[in-house]
Design a protein around this ligand. Structure first.
Ligand code: HEM
Ligand SMILES: *[C@@H]1O[C@H](CO)[C@@H](O)[C@H](O)[C@H]1NC(C)=O
Length: 330
């Protein structure tokens, strides 16, 4: 009797929880390629590892690339497509060129997979797996990646510019940009934690160092000594120099930790879009929580990456399996 009652309560609870957490797309499956093309995930992990040994920056590049893929036409591999004489592709939008990196890792994984099981594994899935492996190899959480994405046939630089959030955005605009993709404010704060690895070009934050507005030269929400240091690394005359970069988390630039949130709390967030998370009580509270509880952040980050990876995916007969991630088929 007692156990019946308990199981009733439990199943009601599970039902309620289940109804509250509607997946963005239930058609993707963990282990999608099992039995069809085994070793897909192992092979991609190897490619990421080999590339990471040569250049640890590719991990940051691949995490960001997955984000930029998903926010423009969904996670359909459209960010990987090269421009043609008649089409300027996503990767050549100012938000992506010259900063986006890691394309060769996807190319290498794709050629190995095409040799092993031609026409089976989508470029969009390869990128989703590679982003997961990049999180893991930099010390972040491991997580299962639901797969079965198909590749899109359209890639537009204009759409990239319209959908990718600018680093100059304020917190309400960021919340809106993520809501447009079905992601919650807390997921926006959690995912921003990816800025604990990688680098930035000067142009992405120079607005905060020089000519902030007509009355102030520097952004008063930035720690003045950090601003002075950045102004030295990025002199006013060379803010567009594509060779000048700074680490986004100077303390541990290749480790997925929660220093990003500590930096923000010390007014050392690099972008307006980082520091502005303190401008709203609820997102500020999330910043504090994530800083205080790295394990909680890791779990939330893994969940949020899975949800981000489901945005606007093509499944079933939609789209195609590209033979070369850089060009649409025939
Ligand atoms: C919240 C809105 C976001 C804005 C405005 C933003 C903006 C930027 C900018 C401007 C850069 C530097 C690019 C450069 O100049 O080289 C950057 C780098 C990066 N972003 Fe974001 N980002 C956001 C969210 C995210 C999300 C959700 C992720 C992934 C989950 C992410 C992952 C990264 C990574 C890993 C880098 C370093 C890339 C590298 O080292 O090559 N960002 N981001
Ligand atoms: C310039 O920025 C400061 C700090 O955010 C602000 O107090 C001031 O009102 C701004 N001035 C103008 C003209 O927008």
């Amino acid at each position: 009797m007692a156990s019946n009652k308990l199981s009733f309560i439990l199943s009601t609870f599970i039902l309620v929880v289940y109804q509250c957490v509607i997946p963005l797309n239930a058609q993707l499956q963990v282990g999608f390629y099992n039995g069809v093309c085994d070793f897909v995930e192992i092979m991609i992990k190897e490619e990421v590892r080999d590339a990471f040994i040569l250049d640890r920056g590719v991990a940051a590049g691949l995490v960001r690339m997955h984000f930029h893929d998903c926010f423009v036409r969904g996670c359909d591999g459209s960010v990987l497509i090269d421009s043609t004489p008649s089409n300027q592709a996503e990767k050549d939008a100012p938000a992506n060129n010259p900063s986006l990196r890691g394309f060769e890792v996807i190319d290498d994984a794709k050629s190995r997979l095409e040799f092993l099981c031609p026409g089976i594994v989508s470029c969009a899935d390869i990128l989703a797996y590679a982003a997961r492996d990049s999180v893991e190899i930099t010390g972040g959480p491991g997580y299962d990646v639901p797969a079965g994405r198909r590749d899109g046939r359209i890639s537009s630089s204009r759409e990239a510019s319209a959908n990718l959030p600018s680093p100059a955005l304020g917190v309400n605009q960021l919340i809106q940009a993520f809501a447009n993709k079905g992601l919650r404010p807390d997921e926006m704060v959690t995912l921003s934690g990816a800025h604990t690895i990688g680098r930035s070009h000067c142009i992405s934050f120079s607005n905060r160092l020089f000519n902030f507005n007509t009355t102030t030269t520097q952004d008063p929400s930035m720690d003045p000594s950090y601003a002075a240091q950045l102004a030295q690394q990025c002199p006013q005359g060379s803010i567009s120099n594509p060779n000048l970069v700074v680490p986004m988390d100077p303390s541990t630039p290749t480790i997925m930790d929660t220093c990003y949130y500590d930096n923000i709390l010390a007014n050392r967030g690099l972008f307006t879009s980082d520091q502005t998370l303190l401008a709203n009580p609820s997102t500020a509270n999330q910043v504090i929580q994530n800083a205080q509880n790295p394990l909680l952040w890791q779990n939330k980050f893994a969940d949020a990456m899975v949800r981000m990876g489901q945005i606007g995916v093509l499944t079933g007969d939609a789209g195609e399996i590209r033979a070369n991630c850089r060009v649409i088929n025939n």
